[in-house]
Write a protein that binds this ligand. Structure first.
Ligand code: FAD
Length: 457
């Protein structure tokens, strides 16, 4: 152990600065069970303690990598034996739910699902939801500007954050814990930290604007025979249910078939349709909401936009529908497997996926490309399984997926960020001028390059 870590231990205590088994027992991430490597893990309890640890690291040029729930998909929290990890796992306090203003103030290590449940007890809805809800932190959600299944209605994490506190690379605490919707007093500094993947500061506290908790919810899983009907049904839902439309998740048929079947998820609807969509509406008027929803589905069936549908009759049945979309573990058993998170105009999606699938099959005859997506947000997730080989195929796979995206003007990251994984492709989606300004911001806020160095660029 280095002298510096000894100094940190004697200054902050062995109950705050950990080495040894705390490191060897810690999985690298949700996706990778191999142990992390690092010099030490710091687990501060307060912003002030976190700021003092950061300041000590800054003084000696010690690199820091911030850990939230480690569910990120872009390898942005990867470490080496030279790194000190700062984990927010002890900073989980929910400080206030302001029932008059409709806001929640909390520490950044709070787990998303815990926060969702706490605000629901008070009649509010936390407007972000995603499959990793049980493990990801609200700080990680802010640092990655997370999206998820409700973006179609409420927007991304950036849209929900009113105030934020962060610790800069030199330990300075910037507190911008605004609770108002309107505040144009100068630059909106919180935006610097949202989506910056821990490279500009460590987020310690957040204020989020809450929504009203719905008291009615209608869910349906439908089978469709063409992509044009996937789009037609989306527009039909939008027109008929208006702002109550809160999720519209598409699954290509090969994905649905791969995660259902014997020993896997029970298929709520027959297998074999080219496309499946789970869509959900929430509202505040159970009787009329239900009537409008049912009429919308009847009209869609009559117009042959959809060919089959199953409406869950209980929460258990609803979960059995959602598990097909969110429980993609059966696909994770494919090794190697490369995950993608692209955005592009809806009108280009069908052709783009067909082109990528054609390249994948031409390159790897036993390979597959499974596709799901938040299509209302223009966002698709591709899971590429070459069916042979190892991790060295990643670059080739990237070229097959990102090549056709460039000419459409799509983005190599819709919601997961760039991390360490997609750096080589940043220029596909950002101009030289944009990247230069990003680097200027980084140099200004972190001149010693100690916060998540190498992430993004
Ligand atoms: C099953 C599953 C489903 C998912 N679905 C979605 C989805 O629908 N939409 C979506 O957007 N993402 C999704 N993700 C990705 C992931 O959950 C999000 O990126 C999430 O926001 C990461 O939060 P985390 O706490 O796990 O962050 P981590 O993985 O710990 O960290 C991610 C990045 O944020 C930084 N960071 C973490 N905390 C802080 C902090 N307090 N201050 C500064 N930087 C910090 C890290 O250094 C790293 O750069 C999914 C992941 C899984 C496993």
């Amino acid at each position: 152990m280095s002298d510096f870590i000894d100094e940190l231990k004697s200054e902050f205590g062995e109950q705050t600065i950990f080495t040894g088994e705390e490191i060897s027992n810690r999985a690298s991430s949700y996706w990778d069970p191999t142990p992390i490597s690092a010099k030490a893990i710091a687990k501060p309890r307060t912003t002030s303690e976190l700021s003092q640890i950061v300041k000590r690291c800054h003084d000696v040029g010690q690199i820091i990598v911030t850990h939230g729930g480690l569910t990120g998909c872009a390898k942005a929290a990867d470490t080496t034996p030279e790194h000190v990890i700062i984990s927010t796992e002890r900073m989980t306090k929910i400080e206030e739910i302001d029932e008059i203003g409709g806001t929640i103030t909390m520490e950044s290590g709070a787990i998303l699902e815990v926060v969702q449940n706490k605000v629901a007890e008070k009649g509010f809805y936390f407007p972000l939801d995603l499959g990793a809800r049980g493990s990801c932190t609200v700080g990680g959600n802010a640092a990655t500007n997370a999206g998820g299944i409700n973006v179609i209605r409420y927007g991304m994490m950036r849209n929900h954050i009113l105030g934020l506190e962060a610790v800069l690379a030199d330990g300075t605490i910037i507190s911008s814990m605004n609770k108002m919707i309107k505040n144009n007093a100068g630059y909106d500094l919180k935006q610097l930290f949202i989506g910056s993947e821990g490279t500009l500061g460590i987020i310690t506290r957040i204020v989020v604007k809450l929504e009203t908790l719905a008291i009615s919810r209608q869910t349906v899983l439908v089978g469709l025979d063409s992509f044009s009907n996937v789009v037609g049904f989306l527009n039909h839902m939008r027109k008929s249910t208006g702002p109550r439309l809160s999720a519209y998740e598409v699954m290509w048929g090969n994905y649905y078939d791969a995660v259902t079947g014997e020993g896997l998820h029970k298929p709520p609807l027959g297998r074999g349709y080219p496309y499946y969509v789970i869509t959900e509406c929430t509202g505040t008027n159970p009787n009329s909401d239900e009537v409008v929803f049912m009429k919308t589905l009847e009209d869609a069936l009559e117009a042959e936009l959809i060919i089959d549908a199953i409406i869950p009759k209980s929460e258990a049945e609803r979960q059995a529908v959602w598990i097909v979309r969110e429980g993609f573990e059966p696909i994770l058993t494919n090794v190697p497997l490369f995950l993608y998170d692209v955005s592009l105009p809806i009108k280009n999606m069908e052709g783009y996926i067909a082109e990528v699938q054609k390249y994948i099959h031409a390159t790897w005859p036993d390979g597959a490309c499974y596709v799901i997506g938040h299509i209302g947000d223009g966002n698709l997730h591709l899971m590429v399984c070459p069916g042979e080989g190892d991790e060295t195929l990643h670059d080739k796979s990237d070229a097959l997926v990102y090549g056709p995206l460039k000419k459409i003007g799509g983005s190599v990251s819709a919601e997961h960020g760039i991390g360490n994984e997609k750096k080589a492709w940043l220029s596909h989606s950002r101009s030289d001028g944009e990247i230069e300004l990003m680097k200027t911001l980084k140099k200004t806020l972190d001149p010693k390059n100690i916060l998540n160095p190498g992430v993004i660029f």
